[in-house]
Each structure stands twice: as C-alpha cells, then as structure tokens.
Ligand binder design. Structure first.
Ligand SMILES: Cc1ncc(COP(=O)(O)O)c(C=O)c1O
Length: 404
C-alpha cells in the first residue's frame, strides 16, 4: 500500500482517488514533503520522552492551537485519539461542575471507550447501556428525511431549544455538567444543523451554568470551508473543544482545548504517556503549518462547492438521491427508497462498490448506513474534484436505474 497526494495504491497495484482520506484524517495529503521531512528529522532526533520534561514541539504546537481555538485563556492537553480527548473533556467538565450528568445529541458519535460509548447516541456504535455518566439525549433535528418536507432552519432551532429546556427540567437534577455536540455529525451521516442552532441551545445552557463541549474531531481545521471550527457557524464559543484526526495527518495526536481554569481544575495527577510526544507533535506542527500556509480552508470551500454543484441536481433527478448536504469538503448524500424517504442502505453499499471499481473511494455512514460520506483531503485539486464528482454522478445514475 502507498499514497501520494490524494491517491492511494492498494496491495495489488490498483490506484484510487481518495474521497474519504482515512476517515477525514489524511488532511493535507499522503506524501506532503514538508510533513514527511519533519517526521523524519524528529525521528532521527528523538521519538519519545515523557512530559516530565518540557517537549519543545509539544509546547510550540499548544502555543499555536490555543489562540486558534477562539477560547479565552485557552490551555491544551494532548492525547492520542479523539476518544481519549472526549474522555478528557468529560473528566474536566464533570470535575468543574461536580456532576456526572451529561447531555448528548441523538445520532451522535464520540468514541469507543466506556465513557464515550455512553454518550454516543447511535445504537450501532453503542455496545453498552452502562455508563459512568447519567446521560440524556437531546434532539437537535438530525432526522433529515430527504429533500421533501424538511422544516426550515428557524423551526428546527425552536424545536431543539424547546426540547433542551424540556429535558433539563424533566429528566435531570438541574446541575448538568455539560452538553457535548458535533457541529456536523460525522458517523451520523454528515447531518448539518441550521446555522445558529448551537448558539441558541447554549443560551439555555448558560442559564444553568452547563458547559458546552464542541467535538471538532471531524469538523475542525477548516474542513467545513466557511470556518476553521464547526462551532463558528453557531455564534458561540465553547468551554471545551476536542480535536483529533486531521491534525496529525495520520499520526496519533488529539487533544482538548479549554479555558485555563477548566483544564487546570483536576484535583489529582493526569498524564498521557504518548499524548503529544515529540514525534507526533513535530509532524502535527508541520502539517498545521502547511494547512495554514496554503489556506486549505479556502480550498475546501471552493472544491466542496464544485462537487456539490455537480451532485445537488441529482436530488431532483434521481429517485435514489434523497438529499445532498454538507459544508466544504464534508458532503453527505442520503440514499432513499422509492418512497423518497426510507433509508436505502443497500443502495449506499452498491454506490460505494461501483465507485471503488471505477477508482474512487468514498465513505458511508448515517444511523441506517444509507449516507455516502465524501471527505477528501483538503488539498484536493480542481481536476480531482471534477474527476471524483463525475464518477459519483455516473455511479449514482447507474444505481438509480438498477433500482427501478
Ligand atoms: C466526532 C468524533 N468524535 C470522536 C471520535 C473518536 O476518535 P478516535 O477514533 O480517534 O478515538 C470520532 C471518530 O470517528 C469522531 O468522528
């Protein structure tokens, strides 16, 4: 297996254009020389030392991330995965609030550990009902039934705010620690809430002192095109923000950023042996620099719009396409049955396989497994965007005619 730019080659020598980037993780591309050189240099110098000592690349990275987060007096704690980052955020929020009550969204995904499975609102990814937290799931309007009959944004926001109030006063003891939300649900099928929804929900949380945790594991680093973080579409600043995936471009680095008093609030020691070690921090720094120097956020906006322009008309033309949605290079295509509403997971699998045979890799997700997830590296070129979109149009058209 090997990779170059936005392409990968499998064990049998077949080459694919990658529109999923190792699940939104290969952010700048597969063999970006600046990133590879930084990793190589650091590997020759020192791969690991414990954080008992000051680790220069880790400190430099934290100094870059803190102001980028938009959080006042921000501090950063590095972990090795998004799961562990969310665990850390839950620990910080529940410690600060002296409460184990957590609000999460229906259709959410936050990781695979005991604590994060407990706040994951998706039956397919939630193996246990046991949890260290008392969790209540609120409704942020994730059920998009295809293009027809979708309520407008203001109605979705009003319903979400009303549901949140209702859950707080009926189901909780009032002193909830935090609400955790993905600004665009990733595993949930790239469901895009109306802009401003989380700001409106946060106004309610503020009445109770409940903290807001933005899980930016998929939405961070400019992937949504219009903003650097997904939360910025909602007119709020989170208390805690978690990140992972794209920062390391495949290196195992993640973390939590929060207001200093929250991050410093633990009453016992806490260490991640590998979190932000010299190797991953040096690679992440180079990767972040590349992203910012090349304004890949702007590229995500432009290339995403190009792909959506090709795909969106299919929602009217093809029965199988219920909805095309997304922001930047985070595009979801919901596949539906003949009634235009019921999820068609088999069609999604067929599209995935047809596309793969034609040399294009895409992802799949959604509560019912019926959403295509399109999330190429943010360095995607115009030619690649056109090539991938063209294959998708052809494949969706073929699958639509097979369905009839
Ligand atoms: C939104 C979100 N949060 C958390 C995670 C967990 O991250 P990891 O797989 O790095 O533990 C994921 C992984 O897909 C995710 O999409």
């Amino acid at each position: 297996m090997s990779g170059s730019g936005r392409h990968v080659v499998d064990g049998e020598g077949r080459r694919y254009l990658d529109f999923f980037g190792g699940i939104l993780t290969t952010m700048t591309g597969y063999d970006v020389p600046e990133v590879v050189d930084a990793i190589r240099t650091q590997a020759g110098r020192m791969i690991h030392t414990s954080t008992l000592y000051l680790v220069r690349p880790m400190v430099e990275l934290a100094e870059q991330l803190a102001p980028l987060s938009g959080i006042r007096d921000a501090k950063v704690f590095f972990t090795t995965s998004g799961t562990e980052a969310n665990d850390a955020a839950l620990l910080l929020a529940s410690t600060a609030r002296r409460s184990n009550q957590v609000l999460a969204l229906r259709n959410s995904y936050h990781g695979r550990s005991f604590a994060t499975v407990g706040i994951t609102g998706n039956r397919g990814w939630s193996a246990s009902s046991l949890s260290p937290f008392a969790v209540h799931y609120v409704d942020a309007g994730h059920r998009f039934p295809g293009s027809a009959g979708r309520p407008d944004g203001a109605a979705v926001i009003a319903a979400a705010v009303a549901d949140l109030r209702d859950v707080i006063v009926t189901a909780t003891a009032g002193d909830v620690a935090c609400l955790i939300a993905e600004p665009i649900q990733g595993v949930g099928g790239f469901t895009v809430p109306p802009d401003g929804l989380f700001g409106a929900m946060k106004a309610v949380l503020d009445e109770y002192g409940i903290l807001f945790v933005s899980d930016e594991v998929q939405t961070g680093w400019g992937r949504t095109g219009e903003h650097f973080w997904g939360y910025q579409a909602h007119g709020l600043t989170p208390d805690l923000l978690t990140f992972a995936k794209g920062l390391g471009n495949g290196l195992s680095i993640a973390g939590v950023i929060g207001r200093g008093e929250l991050v410093d609030g633990l009453t016992a020691n806490s260490i991640s042996t590998f979190g932000g070690n010299p190797l991953v921090s040096a690679g992440a720094l180079a990767n972040l620099r590349y992203l910012l120097d090349h304004d890949l956020q702007a590229n995500a906006l432009a290339q995403g719009a190009r792909i959506v322009d090709r795909l969106r008309p299919l929602a009217d033309k093809l029965d199988v396409v219920g909805e095309v949605r997304g922001k930047g290079l985070m595009i979801g295509v919901e596949l539906v049955g003949p009634d235009g509403r019921s999820p068609d997971a088999a069609a999604a699998t067929r599209v995935l396989e047809h596309a793969r045979r034609r040399g294009l890799l895409v992802g799949k997700g959604g509560l019912f497994g019926n959403c295509l997830r399109i999330a190429p590296p943010l360095s995607l070129t115009t030619d690649e965007a056109d090539e991938g979109a063209g294959i998708l149009v052809d494949v969706l058209t073929d699958v639509d005619s097979e369905e009839r």
